[in-house]
Design a protein around this ligand. Structure first.
Ligand SMILES: [Zn+2]
Length: 299
């Protein structure tokens, strides 16, 4: 089995395990997401995309706010409830509470919980056109060295609408590893003008797609995010019908096992619960670590 197959298998497993938990969990179809991920042994890669125009002539780069945090060692993005759903958000509440202390160290810690600006744009991945439209989510970069800045550099150079279906341009993205060995978009350049697609029926299908980022990125409920903010890992408890911290489930199982006086072997774990020997808390060592590796998948 190749690495890619193993990855697909793991992601499918996750999807299967997520689907039945409750109706708040979206069904993730990997085809919906464009990613700038590099495989473990890849040092560089080239991708070719076409940004789709919007149906109402608005900017194709939709601004959203999310929180980034490590859960079990992996960087995850959670849509901010306050900015995107006008609801109470546990991350924003933690940020406000820490800032309100007036203490410099606490204010520094508050950054970990602040909402980060991101963009979502709909693209066609030229290497996987059969997948149809993909959503690409990436971070805003206050240093002006981010993905949007690179694309805007192209807009300023060509002074043309690169999303135009007839006269727009494909973009060539070169990925490489940065000084921390994380995948990063190194350069983005443009190709000569070409139609979006020679097949006009398919082109029309793409152009009339009205899905937005909300159709493919889940907005997690308050209870779910609260567990993350407290350093836990949310799992769905079928009996209580709510999200609970994985550690509490593990401790309960340990007690159950002790009560049954099992002395040999490993107790069965409940389906949907992955037992880790080292449940990791979100770890942030310094301000520069408030970042993901660029492989921004929706879960
Ligand atoms: Zn928030």
């Amino acid at each position: 089995m190749s690495k890619k197959d193993a990855l697909s298998a793991m992601l499918e497993q996750y999807q299967t395990n997520s689907e039945t938990k409750n109706n708040q969990v979206k069904k993730y179809d990997l085809k919906n997401y464009f990613s700038t991920h590099l495989g473990p042994k890849e040092t560089t890669a080239t991708k070719r995309i076409r940004i789709l125009p919007t149906t109402d002539d608005s900017t194709p780069f939709k601004e959203i706010y999310g929180h980034k945090v490590q859960v079990e060692g992996e960087w995850k993005t959670f849509i901010c409830l306050k900015h995107e759903a006008q609801q109470d958000c546990p991350f924003c509440e933690a940020n406000d509470a820490l800032r309100a202390t007036g203490n410099d160290a606490q204010k520094e810690l508050a950054k970990k919980y602040s909402a980060k600006k991101m963009y979502v744009v709909k693209v066609i991945d030229r290497d996987n056109e059969k997948d149809g439209i993909k959503f690409w989510r990436f971070n805003h970069d206050y240093r002006k060295q981010g993905i949007l800045d690179k694309i805007f550099g192209i807009l300023q150079a060509v002074q043309k609408d690169i999303t135009n279906p007839e006269t727009g341009r494909d973009l060539l993205i070169i990925l490489a590893r940065d000084q921390n060995n994380r995948p990063a978009v190194q350069t983005i350049s443009h190709l000569d003008p070409t139609p979006l697609n020679a097949d006009k029926a398919l082109e029309q299908e793409w152009l009339s797609d009205e899905r937005t980022w909300k159709d493919v990125y889940a907005i997690k409920p308050y209870e779910f995010l609260e567990i993350i903010v407290k350093g836990g890992v949310p799992v769905w408890d079928k009996i209580q019908k709510k999200f609970v911290d994985k550690i509490s489930v593990m401790e309960k199982e340990k007690n159950d096992v002790a009560a049954e006086d099992i002395t040999i072997g490993v107790p069965n774990v409940k389906p949907n619960i992955t037992v880790s020997t080292s449940p990791a808390l979100p770890v942030v060592t310094n301000a520069n670590d408030y970042d993901d590796d660029g492989s921004d998948l929706p879960f």
